[in-house]
Design a protein around this ligand. Structure first.
Ligand SMILES: NC(=O)c1ccc[n+]([C@@H]2O[C@H](COP(=O)([O-])OP(=O)(O)OC[C@H]3O[C@@H](n4cnc5c(N)ncnc54)[C@H](O)[C@@H]3O)[C@@H](O)[C@H]2O)c1
Length: 355
């Protein structure tokens, strides 16, 4: 089986993933499991029966603990019980629109959730590597044509982006204050773009909206059609997170700090491009919104991935057409034949590794 883009880093290791019931967390757990890790998850229960965690029956492959990331005592107790070697933090409120509707919950979850994660890491001496997953939206967005580099300032106008900028500052503060002299635990943060792939059914995201329109045979309403986003198949950033954590584990704190994982510099595609590419594969009709909700969202956002390409030996493995193809296949596996979806996710991981 070709899932070993890594050394034997994860084989037999305990890996704790917060947010394992979510889209990216569930895929990360499947990949880690295939790499031979003993996987532990901590998150709120899945939101719907459609979630990847449920449809892949992930709970029968890993250990999972229901819990709120804002509950520090419960999180710390779980870390102490598990004694993980690696910790990945993906439990978050991840939606821009939701952050406008409930900013207090958004900030509590994304700021204090990050603080609680690092407190749990500090209190658990077994942890050798901790990676906080944030987003491209953590940067102060100037709507310029260049990609943001890891040295650019943090920012964020909407509550989600601001909370992720803060999560980055918290990571930096914990790294400098508590882990810089600590030779046993190394810390980094990972910033990815718009991640797509089978198993994501979140509200107000383009691809889930497209497949909801496809299954219900209703017209798709497209917001912000000209917005350019760093579209990535879900395994691309996960490959980056796993590479980064491997480097931290093997080579230590030179790999601490922030890392961008996005598409190549010339892969600039808009919402309309995605819709048109998808229409080559599935039958959907599209309409413009009757009234546009006036909530600010970034129009142009690009990541500079030079650092990860040069220093982590990571690079995107799929071009735009392949990204859409992998995504369509992931949804169609689920919609047309979901009897052993876990295995079908494993097959996609193998295909990705061989791409
Ligand atoms: N999907 C994307 O396009 C994208 C892009 C960049 C960054 N990210 C980041 O990646 C991470 C995972 O995103 P996702 O797309 O998988 O989101 P998701 O909504 O599918 O999953 C979120 C996970 O966090 C958990 N969670 C949320 N609030 C919680 C709380 N209060 N306590 C405990 N668990 C809680 C959920 O239960 C779930 O397991 C997030 O940090 C998100 O900001 C996502």
């Amino acid at each position: 089986m070709t899932v070993d883009l890594f050394e034997t880093t994860y084989k037999g290791k305990k890996v704790l993933v917060t947010g394992d019931t979510g889209f990216k967390g569930s895929w990360l757990c499947i990949w880690l499991k295939e790499l031979g890790a003993d996987v532990y998850g901590y998150a709120l229960p899945p939101l719907t029966q459609q979630d990847n965690f449920v449809t892949t029956k992930l709970q029968s492959h890993i250990h999972h603990q229901d819990g709120d990331i804002r509950d520090k005592e419960k999180l710390v107790a779980y870390f102490k019980k598990v004694q993980p070697d690696f910790a990945f933090h993906l439990a978050a409120q991840p939606l821009v629109i939701e952050s406008y509707h409930n900013p207090h919950y958004n900030f509590e979850t994304n700021l204090m959730g990050t603080v609680n994660f690092f407190e749990a890491v500090r209190e658990t001496s077994s942890v050798k590597v901790a990676v906080n997953v944030t987003t491209d939206k953590c940067y102060q967005n100037n709507e310029w044509v260049w990609g943001y580099r890891e040295i650019d300032p943090m920012g964020g106008d909407d509550p989600y982006s601001a909370s992720k900028g803060c999560s980055e500052l918290i990571t930096n503060s914990y790294t400098k204050s508590f882990f810089s002299k600590d030779e046993t635990c190394h810390v980094a943060s990972a910033r990815a773009g718009n991640v797509i792939g089978g198993g994501d059914w979140a509200d107000n995201r383009l691809i889930p909206d497209i497949f909801r329109a496809y299954t219900s045979k209703q017209a798709l309403t497209v917001r912000n059609g000209n917005s350019v986003r760093p579209w990535q198949f879900v395994l691309e950033p996960l490959f980056g997170y796993l590479k980064l954590s491997e480097k931290l584990f093997r080579q230590g704190k030179t790999f601490s700090g922030g890392w961008n994982f996005g598409p190549g510099a010339f892969e600039n595609f808009s919402v309309n491009d995605v819709v048109n590419e998808l229409k080559k594969n599935i039958n959907i009709s599209v309409e413009l919104p009757k009234s546009q909700e006036k909530l600010h969202e970034a129009g142009l956002l690009k990541l500079d991935i030079t650092k990860a390409v040069n220093q982590l030996n990571w690079k995107p493995r799929l071009n735009f057409e392949q990204t859409i193809q992998f995504t369509v296949n992931g949804y169609l596996h689920e919609l047309e034949n979901s009897s052993n979806l876990y295995q079908s996710r494993v097959e996609q991981i193998k295909q990705y590794c061989n791409a």
